[in-house]
Design a protein around this ligand. Structure first.
Ligand SMILES: NC(=O)c1ccc[n+]([C@@H]2O[C@H](COP(=O)([O-])OP(=O)(O)OC[C@H]3O[C@@H](n4cnc5c(N)ncnc54)[C@H](OP(=O)(O)O)[C@@H]3O)[C@@H](O)[C@H]2O)c1
Length: 318
């Protein structure tokens, strides 16, 4: 006897003209001339828009605000054709530090230290955060100004830990920004399983952004539960920041395009994943990733290559 499953109502919706593209443009380095993210990435972004990538992932801290500024400038009249996803909560600039210190006076010293030039920690997990509602509302207003828009489709907390999420200081911000129409969906970008599990306990959360790649099954349960609850999953970093794509080149007997296609599509083809955010530094990488999406791959080749790359990754890690 088969059981009838009630379809879950998604917690998110977009007009048909804005169905999210399978690949999304990760704009972490856009505008960061000190990280080779200036001219070439700008061209890649313009080309991505032309080729139909309509979901753009940015954050107030990316390239210290230059990412959002360039997106706003380049989009111009195309603003209404895209889905803008931005984030707040990481403290990396003097403005953010002062604003966070005002919102959380007890943490003021910690926040203000982050404003000292050259003192921002290199390790992203050590960057100070603030998820207080007053701070988040101010941060979103700044993002809207830089993006030259009056709303974003998705607003995410930027990498809180499970305790930050459970504490709930962000709740009023999420509710009031949704009510004012300044954000159309609220969500949380999570770096670990505990944070993602906690995020799933909150009804306001319509989207999770998670690091997902072919070699790490750590978010499989979370992705399944998100699908069951109607929460949209944005997968990020399918190449693990370039580490996974470099593995593809270290298999001389295999066609690197086949290997890359397997790695990318093991993320993008998952039905619960609404869109996959890839960091594309160059137009060539953009065109290559679009071609990988369409590359014919039979199941036997897919399984063999996945197995080979997994073994290689394990041997490199051990
Ligand atoms: N906490 C968060 O919310 C968070 C954290 C990290 C990232 N993100 C988002 O996710 C986006 C992507 O992150 P990411 O750039 O770290 O990870 P990624 O997408 O896994 O890696 C991007 C890197 O993969 C390589 N690559 C891309 N396409 C390629 C291709 N066709 N062939 C060979 N190599 C290719 C490039 O490396 P090379 O540059 O070495 O060529 C590129 O810089 C960011 O832009 C950001 O929007 C969010």
């Amino acid at each position: 006897m088969s059981t009838l499953q009630t379809p879950t109502t998604p917690r998110f919706s977009f007009p048909q003209t804005k169905t999210p593209s399978r690949l999304a443009f990760g704009a972490a380095k856009l505008g960061a001339f000190w990280q080779r993210g200036d001219r070439e990435q700008r061209r890649a972004f313009e080309e991505a828009l032309r080729l139909g990538l309509n979901l753009i992932d940015t954050a107030d801290v990316y390239a210290r605000g230059l990412s959002e500024r360039l997106i706003g400038q380049i989009l111009g009249s195309k603003r209404n054709e895209v889905i803008l996803c931005t984030k707040a909560g990481q403290i990396k600039t003097p403005w953010a530090a002062l604003s966070a210190a005002r919102s959380e006076p007890k943490q003021a010293a910690r926040h203000l230290r982050a404003a000292v030039p050259g003192r921002t920690p290199k390790d992203p997990s050590l960057v100070p955060r603030c998820f207080d509602s007053r701070y988040l509302i101010g941060a979103l207003e700044g993002s809207l100004r830089r993006l030259r828009t009056d709303h974003v489709e998705i607003f995410l907390l930027h990498s809180p830990n499970a305790q930050d999420i459970a504490h709930g200081a962000w709740r009023n911000a999420a509710q009031s920004l949704l009510a004012a129409g300044k954000i159309l969906h609220f969500g949380i970008s999570c770096d670990d399983q505990a944070a993602a599990q906690e995020a799933l306990a909150h009804e306001t959360v319509a989207f999770l952004e998670l690091p997902v790649n072919a070699l790490s099954p750590q978010f499989d349960d979370v992705i399944r539960t998100a699908g069951e609850r109607g929460v949209g999953v944005l997968a990020r970093s399918p190449f693990d920041g370039g580490r996974v794509s470099r593995l593809a080149r270290s298999l001389p007997s295999e066609n690197p395009e086949d290997v890359l296609a397997v790695l990318l599509r093991s993320v993008t083809d998952r039905p619960e994943i609404i869109s996959t955010i890839v960091g594309m530094r160059t137009t060539e990488q953009l065109e290559r990733n679009l071609a990988l999406q369409a590359r014919p791959l039979d199941e036997a080749t897919r399984l063999r290559l996945l197995n080979t790359v997994q073994k290689l990754a394990e041997s490199k890690l051990s």
